[in-house]
Design a protein around this ligand. Structure first.
Ligand code: GAL
Length: 684
């Protein structure tokens, strides 16, 4: 089995997996009894860490230049005295009202060029020099005061940077400067890259360029792509300024920002870029369990995919599960209570994929505000001391904490996948924007997850990477719907396959370059030689249409290809293209490259990847057939190896191991495992 070196704990001051939550004592400063109750309940539930100060700016700086840190001094001292660590946040995600009133430029302008009023959060302009100055000042003061506080183990920079750009005049200027740098001051190069001669959109001066807008230009995809890139770059620049301010004073503290789980909405920031700035990755996981449209196992695979992406951002370095709900959310359309066991199972899933913490949003429910009904470890009943800890959620959290405390040696261990799936943000942006033969149902994220699930079902570890990453460590690389092929990627794949690698891609790949200009050398562009095919045209189907390929269903996309050097493995059964290739394999150097020309929702991907796993000798976590809805993952280093078996069904499941293993939680040797609904075993 492949093993990685132990990455060590993210902070030298921690031992074991941390269990904790977002804690907002600033909402309760008039209730010292509640603060006392918090400490007592934190002990009772076995919490080791609290994230503090995320939305506290109005308490820290109640009026411009007037600071109040006494309450925070008191909280940090008290938590330290009680042995609870703190991840201290910078408050830049929610600005105080006085600032919006005094400096309207700090407020964001939307794509309709409407300046927003004060309110909500994450609503500031990332470019505004005033906002940056205010943030730098408060961050510096926090670093000076708390950088050496013994309770503080890490920085939590801002909160959930998102992909909403600001379209104010300052941002327009910054966008133009970004473009000048990107196109080396050559407006003609930009005009060509964006194909502006279409509809007479040619720019004669940089000042004519405006960010995309529904009331202006929004269908020129070179522009929309560069706007997404700019928003990522500007957000990164803002994040960097915060990091610089903190590191200038407290370089020794690791620094993170909590990533959103909104990747599936395909609008977000390119987190690969932000990841480079961080010492440790953290993310907020809010699954849709017990839904009506998908099974828990499908949702588990989707979550596992995002966990694996977060682990891959730093080449396998463990991440922090910064937020999760211990019960329901208040924003999902229907947020059913988690069935017994599900909370612990979902938390262990994060650990199984590389998390070194399990943290919640939130420790205690607020009495007011928009999130007062969001799940928390402690409910509203603070004045009912008999029942405040006597809840199902509190008991389940406490029991999970006991299991986590047994996983001391797991810290810093990781996963060493032999398979990688490429989920590429730039590709996601362009697939969402571009206007092709099917406007609906491209579902890039879900498509990648469907490929991923074939591995999840078999307990095969996967890295989730973007197109710029090194591929040499993988036996199999899969790039579903890689519409955009950036310069160098075609040559990289050729070298990878030539050297013995295995590559799989699909319909709607190799269509356009990084500015959305279509390839002129025949589709799939730079992938044509390695795949040994060319695509003449692509047919799309209605949702209700079903075509067939060798006994499998073909849905939505049927690429009509010709083989060049590739061999045809399956052909279409229907329509005017019956008999033409639908699945091909090209032997290229020491490796092979597969082209899946059609989409399918049945067992095709499962069968296809099962055969690849066997053919390429790809390791499974356990050498057994896993029951449906059960998966297995391994975290290991040179010394330790932990195998997590997880049952994401509401049924009992049983399986027999090839040889006895030790159950870490009970200390017993086991060979036949009877798994309860929503349960896990950790084997060693
Ligand atoms: C996160 C956010 C938290 C809280 C939580 C509720 O996205 O960072 O502050 O709002 O959602 O689910």
């Amino acid at each position: 089995m492949r093993r990685m070196k132990n990455f060590g704990p993210f902070s030298p001051r921690i031992h074991g997996i941390l269990h904790g939550a977002d804690y907002n004592p600033d909402q309760w400063l008039d209730r010292p009894d509640i603060l006392e109750q918090d400490i007592q309940l934190m002990h009772q539930s076995g919490m080791h860490v609290m994230s503090i100060g995320i939305f506290s700016w109005a308490k820290l700086e109640p009026a411009e230049g007037q600071y109040d840190f006494l309450w925070l001094d008191m909280i940090l001292d008290r938590l330290y005295a009680e042995g609870i660590s703190v991840i201290l946040a910078t408050p830049s995600a929610a600005l105080p009202a006085w600032m919006s009133q005094a400096y309207p430029e700090v407020l964001r302008m939307d794509e309709n060029r409407v300046r927003h009023l004060h309110g909500g959060r994450q609503n500031h302009c990332f470019t505004s020099p005033v906002y940056r100055e205010k943030v730098r000042t408060i961050d510096t003061l926090l670093a000076q005061r708390y950088g050496r506080h013994p309770a503080v183990i890490a920085w939590h920079v801002s909160n959930e940077f998102e992909g909403y750009g600001c379209h104010c005049p300052l941002c327009q200027e910054a966008f133009r400067s970004f473009l000048k740098a990107r196109y080396h001051d050559d407006l003609e190069a930009l005009n060509h890259a964006w194909w502006t001669s279409f509809w007479s959109h040619t720019y004669r001066d940089w000042s004519e360029i405006e960010s995309p807008s529904p009331i202006g230009e929004h269908e020129m995809h070179g522009l929309t792509l560069d706007w997404h890139r700019f928003v990522s770059a500007q957000t990164l620049d803002f994040l960097r300024e915060e990091c610089r301010a903190l590191r200038a004073v407290a370089l020794h503290l690791p620094l993170t920002t909590n990533f959103h789980d909104f990747v599936q909405l395909e609008r977000g920031l390119d987190y690969w870029k932000l990841a480079e700035e961080l010492d440790v990755i953290s993310w907020d996981d809010y699954p849709y369990w017990h839904a009506d449209k998908h099974s828990d196992a499908e949702e588990a695979a989707r979550r596992a995919f995002i966990h694996d992406m977060n682990r891959s951002f730093k080449q396998g370095k463990p991440f922090l599960l910064m937020e999760s709900s211990p019960s329901a959310t208040n924003w999902q359309p229907v947020a059913k209570l988690r069935r017994p066991g599900m909370h612990a199972l979902a938390s262990i899933q994060a650990v199984a994929h590389g998390a070194d913490t399990v943290q919640y949003f939130q420790w205690r429910k607020s009495l007011g505000g928009s999130e007062k009904f969001h799940g928390a470890v402690v409910d509203h009943n603070c004045d009912d001391p008999v029942h405040v800890a006597d809840t199902r959620v509190f008991r389940e959290v406490t029991a999970l904490g006991r299991d986590l405390d047994r996983l001391l040696d797991i810290v810093g261990t990781s996963v060493a996948p032999e398979v990688a799936i490429i989920y590429d943000w730039e590709n996601a942006w362009i697939l969402a924007d571009t206007q092709g033969p099917r406007q609906e149902g491209l579902d890039y994220f879900d498509t990648c997850v469907r490929h991923y699930k074939a591995f999840w079902d078999r307990g095969v570890a996967v890295g989730v990477i973007n197109a710029d990453q090194d591929l040499s460590r993988y036996k199999l690389v899969i790039a579903p719907m890689l519409y955009m092929v950036r310069p160098g990627f075609g040559a990289k794949i050729e070298a990878y396959v030539q050297a013995g690698g295995h590559f799989v891609t699909t319909y709607w790949s190799g269509i356009a370059d990084e500015t959305d200009l279509c390839f002129t050398t025949g589709r799939p562009g730079p992938l044509r030689r390695v795949l040994g095919i060319w695509s003449e045209e692509i047919d799309v189907l209605y949702d209700s249409d079903i075509h067939h390929v060798g006994g499998y269903e073909a849905r939505l996309f049927c690429d009509l290809i010709h083989t060049e050097s590739a061999e045809t493995v399956l052909t279409y059964d229907d329509d005017f293209y019956a008999g033409r290739p639908a699945l091909t394999c090209n032997r290229y150097g020491a490796g092979e490259a597969w082209y899946i020309a059609f989409r399918s929702y049945d067992t095709f991907l499962s069968d296809f990847y099962d055969a690849r796993i066997r053919a390429y000798g790809i390791e499974q976590a356990l050498d057994v057939d896993l029951p449906e809805g059960v998966t297995a993952t391994i975290r290991a280093d040179e010394e330790h190896c932990f195998c997590f078996l997880q049952n994401f069904t509401d049924r009992k499941q049983s399986l027999r191991l090839k040889a006895p293993m030790q159950d870490l939680l009970t200390g017993k040797q086991v060979q036949t495992l009877e798994m309860d609904p929503y349960s896990y075993h950790i084997l060693s």
